[in-house]
Design a protein around this ligand. Structure first.
Ligand code: ADP
Ligand code: ZN
Length: 450
């Protein structure tokens, strides 16, 4: 299915909406709910019959597989948490015999001890399909050359990109992350058209490309990128699009639910379509666990309905966003999730005020005189929380007058205060003094937790 793109990044080329699997991606929503209900029933039975942890939890909640008759009964099922994956590490949540598990992936460990997930061949197929849809939505076809600069290994990013491109029949360049100079040389020599990596690495690549005197419009063939695995802002998107002259699409996923591609943006770039024939998404109130209606912000919860290796029942992601099933101009009927505005466990509470790093990023990326490389340092001094916002000056501003630099600092301090509501200590530092990220960026140091 192909339609003309009415808006988005089109300063160079007009894009078309491409859909990998219209039967699933454009299904009537009532029919989709029925399909979800059928698949949910099957999955719950698989879990109850094969995983003692699920059986015990459901028994404790007084729910039997036969009580789940449609998707409306989802709310009776118990939640799963990341701690469960640690407690039942590595194999106690498998719903299939170990001999049927063909792959293991693990979380990058950014939030503590590693957790692993086991995939059957079916699960690899499900995930490849989700990633094929993701790449297609960003414009990828069999003609394309996909440079995968997500880490290839236990982390799901690299394999996800590889499998999706492979399913489409595109040419894959499995670079993995890092080795930036070689990455750029290959990108240029091979004529990569699609880039997959974290948004922080895309920024780094873009800046390095510019520093090397390479003109992305003339010297490179890149047209789009699928960037995710970490939170980023609309301002960051614009910066990446300008640096690389591409469409930058957001892509979401997590190891527990497969990996990247659970949800993806089409070229409309206003929310990520969720692969709802494979997963059911809910938004809940993180305190009470109650389901919230579309449009309300809350914690995202996923239930897998096609996975057989390590299916997940109502998995609490701790990611905060909203859902919508408003029509999308691309033609897909799959509901969309908005940008992740934070994680319930990433939220900083500074002197009683809730602060999300993304709020600060949105100020910094838009501000004159500073580069979007920053670090937030939280501390406690005399029993009071402090938040230092360390951000790099641009090369130009760094050599400017002290008074001009001070006026930039004051301006940013004021902007942050108006967005988050509290005073912060803004420190402008030299260009390139904040470490660059090749994978997931680490942007908060909370010394109160040490
Ligand atoms: P972890 O980072 O916990 O070790 P994963 O590598 O599986 O484990 O990462 C999953 C998490 O990464 C998600 O729960 C979410 O917080 C974050 N994430 C993934 N994609 C995005 C995205 N597009 N936007 C914001 N956050 C994302
Ligand atoms: Zn769309």
């Amino acid at each position: 299915m192909i339609q003309t793109l009415p808006k988005g990044y089109d300063h160079m080329r007009k894009r078309e909406h491409r859909i990998y699997n219209p039967a699933m991606e454009c299904m009537d929503r009532e029919q989709l709910r029925e399909l979800q209900g059928e698949r949910l029933k099957k999955t719950v039975k698989l879990e109850y019959d094969n995983v003692p942890v699920y059986r015990a939890r459901m028994d404790a909640a007084g729910v039997k597989p036969e009580d789940i008759r449609s998707i409306d009964d989802l709310k009776y099922l118990p939640f799963m948490e990341k701690t469960d994956l640690r407690d039942y590490y590595p194999f106690d949540l498998l719903a299939s015999p170990k001999k049927d598990i063909v792959r293991i992936h693990g979380s990058s460990g950014t939030t503590g001890k590693p957790i692993v997930s086991g995939y059957t061949q079916n699960d690899i197929e499900v995930w490849s399909e989700m990633m094929a849809r993701t790449l297609t939505a960003a414009g990828c076809t069999q003609e394309d050359i996909v440079q995968v600069a997500y880490g290839l290994g236990l982390f799901t990013g690299g394999f996800g990109g590889y499998q999706g491109a492979n399913r489409i029949g595109a040419m894959v360049v499995p670079m993995s992350s890092g080795n930036t100079q070689r990455q750029i040389m290959m990108m240029k020599d091979l004529g990569a058209t699609i880039l997959c990596c974290t948004p922080s690495y895309a920024t780094y690549l873009g800046e390095t490309i510019r520093e090397m005197g390479i003109d992305p419009e003339k010297d490179l063939k890149l047209k789009a990128g699928c960037f995710g695995a970490e939170p980023w802002t609309e301002e960051m998107r614009q910066r990446i699009e300008q640096l690389l002259c591409i469409d930058a699409c957001d892509i979401y996923g997590l190891t527990e639910i497969s990996g990247p591609g659970v949800a993806f943006e089409c070229l409309e770039k206003h929310g990520m379509h969720i692969n709802e024939d494979q997963v059911i998404a809910e938004i809940i109130n993180p305190t009470t666990g109650e389901q919230l209606p579309y449009g309300m912000p809350g914690e995202l919860v996923f239930t897998t309905i096609t996975k057989t290796g390590m299916p997940m029942m109502r998995y609490r992601t701790h990611d905060i966003c909203t859902l919508t099933d408003d029509k999308c101009a691309c033609g897909r009927t799959l509901a969309r999730m908005g940008r992740i505005t934070g994680r319930t466990d990433d939220m900083l509470v500074i002197r009683g005020v809730n602060v999300f790093p993304s709020q600060i990023e949105s100020v910094l990326v838009g501000a004159e005189g500073v580069a979007p490389h920053y670090m937030l340092i939280v501390d406690r001094v005399n029993n009071s929380d402090t938040l230092e916002v360390r951000v790099e000056l641009t090369e130009d501003m760094f050599s400017d007058t002290v008074s001009h630099i001070e006026s930039v600092r004051k301006y940013i301090t004021g902007q942050i205060k108006s967005v988050v509501g509290i005073a912060t200590n803004v420190k402008l530092v030299a260009p390139k003094s904040i470490p660059r990220s090749e994978g997931k960026a680490k942007r908060v140091i909370d010394n109160r937790k040490l």
